[in-house]
Design a protein around this ligand. Structure first.
Ligand code: DON
Length: 568
């Protein structure tokens, strides 16, 4: 796409979305592309963003705000915000210390490699997505509490209280949410013994109030008892009774034993910027680093945003990175994941030795490399920066929209269907079309491989960008495009988030692109090079913050959903 067409696309995206800065109470500002002096939260729902900023204004830091926003999203964005799922929180303190808190779900202890196969060894459709067996042991509550315990400044009860209030008093649902609830109505009715709060007598419409009394009670138990309020006592008993009702296998031991894990981020240099991102059990960070490393030697800036050469190069890099994912990535507590080798510059550059500037390679001829023998979908991302420069990037999910649509027996929260992220049978694609093998097979107590990619970028040793996205397999490539839009194509953060997206993941061997993101001539030229292209609806929903050279925080909220930047 030439510059003018790219601008046209941005304008098309902007129309219908207000870019206006709204002055709420006193000095809190909300809107697209807003810039503020002190704190910023960009999340999937304005209630979540406002709650994060209010916590900062009460003296909380970025982790307090992130935890408050996380619990609030479990209330106001049940499509993906959750306490019944899992995620990754990447923290960078103002002093530059970094840590990942991995609260990815785990396979229950009664899980087994063939649990989704029938007697003939074929995958039983829907089992890993739509049933009680689809749920991994939830990690979000332990992870958020662990993060708060280590970094939080305000008492936990103050941080979780706004979410409780929101559940008790209710909030107006957006037009998009009302459509989501209505579209999922039959599933909520079929899969639950009693009707969850997401079903009412008539269909939902924008502005209707969603009140969640059961969820408020569950959050109160967490407020009063910490992790025990979820992993033992009434909440745990209800999760287990729900499992019994639906032949699920999460047990008391699974809940008691679940612990989030502190991990060291993976890092790399890209054109003098330091990329800090998540290690396995997410493959997202390694893919992001491989992509950046593979394109680094090429003059992207000269080739231009969405030029034929740029797209071809990126697609060829993506093809190779996703081939590695299929073979080498899984839970590091169960296998040796060679993150060092997979992100080594020499290895990454070697993977591009077969790159042909003139024509597309064929995925069936691209195998995973040899890195050395050392051997309807919904997720949500939010980015937080406080006045002291502490930064938090969180991606969290139930996997599918509303997970498996099953509310754990009168607790008000939805269970995840994350087990589908395992490779339920080698070579058989999961719901995102991703294929895998032994490295990501189901094993008791193992974490399923993720694509979530919460990422922080430093410039000259200082905080520069905080970003991440939902979108299953498209997450790493969405984050990659936003980073290169800023670093290589000189966009501001809102433009970088707005920019049209495309994606390739090795298999299936095609480029998917957002409708209208690439013009027909460009599509034709890429097809002539041997690429197969398919247009589709939105790819990813990136919520990002950029620190400007004068220290101000600039928020980029994705207009592909009702995402909201809020700051002060
Ligand atoms: O962990 C993963 O990679 C997936 N469960 C994420 C799912 C997702 O992003 C769905 N969102 N659109």
């Amino acid at each position: 796409m030439n510059k003018n067409l790219a601008l046209l696309f941005l304008t098309a995206l902007l129309s219908g979305c207000s870019g206006e800065i709204v002055n709420k109470n006193s000095d809190i500002v909300e809107g697209y592309g807003i810039t503020t002096d002190s704190g910023m939260v960009v999340s999937a729902h304005r209630e979540g963003s406002v709650i994060g900023i209010e916590i900062m204004k009460k003296g909380g830091n970025a982790v307090d705000a992130a935890v408050a926003t996380g619990f609030a999203l479990a209330v106001c964005y049940p499509e993906a915000g959750n306490i019944g799922g899992g995620g990754f929180m990447l923290i960078r303190t103002g002093a530059g210390m970094c840590e990942v808190i991995d609260y990815r779900e785990k396979a229950p202890l009664f899980a087994s490699a063939d649990m989704y196969l029938d007697k003939l060894g074929n995958v039983t459709e829907g089992l890993s997505l739509e049933t009680h067996l689809a749920s991994g042991v939830p990690g979000s509550v332990d992870g958020m509490i662990a993060a708060h315990k280590k970094y939080g400044k305000l008492p936990f009860r103050e941080v979780i209280q706004p979410a409780i209030d929101l559940a008790e008093k209710g909030f107006p649902v957006t037009a998009e949410q009302s459509a989501d609830f209505n579209a999922n109505r039959a599933h909520f009715i079929e899969r639950n013994r009693s009707l969850p709060a997401f079903v009412k007598d008539s269909l939902w419409k924008a502005g209707d109030t969603l009140i969640q009394k059961d969820l408020a009670e569950t959050l109160i138990r967490i407020r009063d008892n910490g992790r025990e309020g979820f992993y033992s006592g009434i909440t745990a008993r209800r999760i287990i009774s729900e499992m019994k009702r639906g032949n699920g296998i999460i047990s008391e031991i699974d809940l008691n034993e679940y612990r989030s894990v502190s991990r060291i981020p993976v890092t790399a240099d890209y054109k003098g910027f330091k990329i800090i991102t998540v290690p396995p059990p997410s493959g997202g960070g390694i893919i992001l680093i491989q992509l950046l490393g593979m394109v680094e030697p090429y003059p992207l800036r000269d080739w231009g945003f969405h030029s034929q050469k740029t797209i071809h190069l990126i697609v060829e890099a993506e093809r190779r990175a996703y081939a590695d994912r299929s073979e080498y990535m899984g839970d590091p507590d169960f296998m040796k994941v060679n993150a060092g080798q997979l992100t080594a510059k020499k290895y990454i550059l070697g993977r591009m030795s077969t790159f042909d500037e003139k024509s597309a390679s064929l995925s069936r001829e691209i195998s995973p490399g040899s890195p050395g023998t050392e051997t309807s979908e919904e997720t949500t991302h939010y980015s937080v920066v406080d006045a002291d420069g502490n930064a938090v990037a969180v991606t969290t999910t139930l996997n599918g929209t509303f997970g498996n649509s099953i509310v754990a027996d009168s607790t008000g929260f939805l269970l995840n269907n994350e087990m589908d992220d395992f490779s339920v049978k080698p070579g058989i694609p999961n719901m995102y079309g991703l294929v895998g093998g032994e490295s990501n097979s189901v094993q008791p107590g193992k974490r399923m491989l993720s694509s979530m990619t919460p990422t922080i970028v430093e410039k000259e040793g200082k905080l520069f960008l905080v970003a991440g996205s939902p979108g299953g397999s498209t997450i790493p490539t969405s984050v990659f495009q936003v980073i290169t839009n800023v670093i290589d194509f000189d966009m501001n953060i809102q433009q970088a988030v707005d920019g049209g997206r495309f994606h390739h993941q090795w298999l299936p061997d095609n480029i998917i692109f957002e409708k209208n993101a690439l013009d027909s001539l460009l599509v034709q030229k890429l097809a002539e090079m041997g690429h197969e292209l398919k247009s589709r609806s939105a790819i990813g929903r990136v919520n990002a913050i950029q620190i400007l050279s004068d220290g101000k925080r600039s928020g980029g909220a994705d207009k592909r959903g009702n995402n909201s930047a809020c700051g002060y």
